[in-house]
Design a protein around this ligand. Structure first.
Ligand code: ACO
Length: 403
């Protein structure tokens, strides 16, 4: 019989840290989160300045290349990304294999992973040119694949990317235009979407990014790694929370019901949690949530949606929660997902598609983190340890002798 306590002594020390709440898995130059002050910087630039003044394309360049682009660099980047928005025509066959009501995250995860079957030429991750080419391809094709999943859900023909449009204009066009109808891109919707994508672009070592780093540490190709990231993002405790928030608001239904649901969220015997509330790192208002909250009002006003019942419900929920000792003591504040769904819905995006929008926004961060990982000389294959708590060593008992 092995004495487990002594076995661990012999093996030396390592930390037991379920959920990695206090273990840094890497050094990174990309994103800083000041959880106690509610700060978020990409490459040193505060998120509020980027959200107000830059564009998603500029932010993607910043994340991928480390510096903001000058005008010429941005134009070149724009041309390169536009050049890669098309997908191989045979990719349509992948969508045809999905049932019309497949969850769009299932389609996105599967189809992004399948890109590795089309780009054998660039999957050598040791070549810097290949790495950047893969990153550009994934970043450029995410909206095309996502919009194809959307059209497949609706049973409508796919809309091809149009190079004259902006990144977000193109996405809106691929989502909402139909061959037989005139479609005009609403500039308010285009800007709001651009801002939402900026706010989602990176968030250091969250679950999906860590998944990409762990997967990437094996030397696998970035298409496979990003597919793994999509799968991790899908969960309701992570990127699926924006979908869960709207479902929750729907379930609450009426402002009068808010106190009852706040009580449910506090009840430890009830699995209900206030979706869009709380964060592993922020113990302060999520800076992205305050920007989105403001944008939410602006977008609804601009689109002529006044007194939106779900926005009123969300604000009442926030007001009551933030005055409640349970939430105050645990430092639970609205996170990025609390208001984003209300904007997506106002733009005409259905609830089950919200996490796909999150994935489009997060793509440049995932790719920057993947490139940082594969070029970091300190990185080794990710291989967490465990604290074994099972039975001690014992002898096999033949079937006929087991009671
Ligand atoms: N509603 C009610 N209670 C909550 C909530 C919530 N949303 N979030 C945390 N708590 C409570 C926990 O029950 C726990 O209470 P206890 O100390 O009495 O046991 C305490 O607050 C700490 O919570 P943990 O679960 O330990 O915090 P953790 O850092 O592990 O989880 C998480 C963070 C997953 C975001 C959590 O707050 C949550 O489930 N929120 C709802 C889902 C959500 O909005 N996810 C999106 C996150 S942001 C993003 O991914 C983009």
């Amino acid at each position: 019989v092995i004495d487990i306590k002594n076995l661990y002594k012999e093996m030396g020390y390592f930390t037991y840290d379920p959920g990695f709440t206090s273990t840094a898995s890497c050094r990174s130059d990309i994103t800083y989160i000041g959880g106690d002050q509610g700060e978020l910087w990409y490459r040193g630039y505060p998120i509020d300045q980027l959200a107000e003044q830059s564009s998603f394309l500029e932010v993607a360049y910043l994340l991928l290349h480390g510096e903001l682009p000058n005008k010429r660099e941005l134009d070149t980047f724009n041309r390169a990304i536009t050049h890669h928005t098309m997908v191989n025509e045979s990719l349509k066959n992948f969508f045809n294999g999905f049932h019309y009501n497949a969850h769009p995250m299932a389609m996105l995860t599967g189809v992004v992973g399948s890109l590795s079957a089309f780009y054998h030429d660039t999957v050598d991750v040791n070549d810097p040119h290949n790495r950047m080419l893969c990153a550009y391809r994934i970043f450029a094709k995410m909206p095309t694949i996502s919009a194809a999943a959307f059209k497949h859900m609706l049973g409508e023909p796919f809309v091809y990317p149009q190079n004259r449009l902006s990144y977000c204009g193109n996405l809106l066009n691929m989502l909402f235009s139909r061959p037989s109808e005139e479609f005009e891109i609403n500039p308010v919707a285009e800007r709001a979407l651009d801002q939402l994508l900026i706010l989602h672009a990176d968030h250091e070592q969250n679950a999906s990014t860590s998944t990409i780093r762990l997967t990437g540490s094996t030397g696998t190709n970035p298409f496979a790694a990003v597919a793994a990231g999509c799968a991790a993002l899908w969960g309701p405790a992570h990127g699926g929370a924006n979908e869960a928030v709207l479902n929750m608001l729907e379930e609450i239904g009426d402002v009068k019901q808010v106190p009852r649901y706040i009580d449910k969220a506090k009840d430890k015997d009830d699995p209900f949690r206030l979706m869009g509330f709380g964060h592993r790192v922020y113990k302060h208002y999520d800076p992205r949530a305050s920007i989105i909250r403001k944008t939410c009002h602006e977008v609804l006003d601009e689109l002529g949606i006044y007194n939106d019942p779900q926005l009123e419900l969300a604000m009442r929920l926030e007001e009551i929660a933030l005055a409640d000792d349970y939430f105050v003591e645990r430092k639970l504040y609205p996170n990025v997902d609390f208001y984003s769904g209300i904007i997506y819905r106002a733009l005409g995006i259905p609830t089950e598609f919200f996490t796909v929008m999150f994935a489009i926004g997060r793509a440049p961060g995932w790719l920057a983190q993947w490139m940082e990982l594969v070029t970091d000389p300190e990185q080794r294959i990710g291989r967490p340890r465990q604290l074994y708590a099972g039975p001690s060593k014992r002898d096999y008992v033949p079937l006929h002798r087991r009671s």
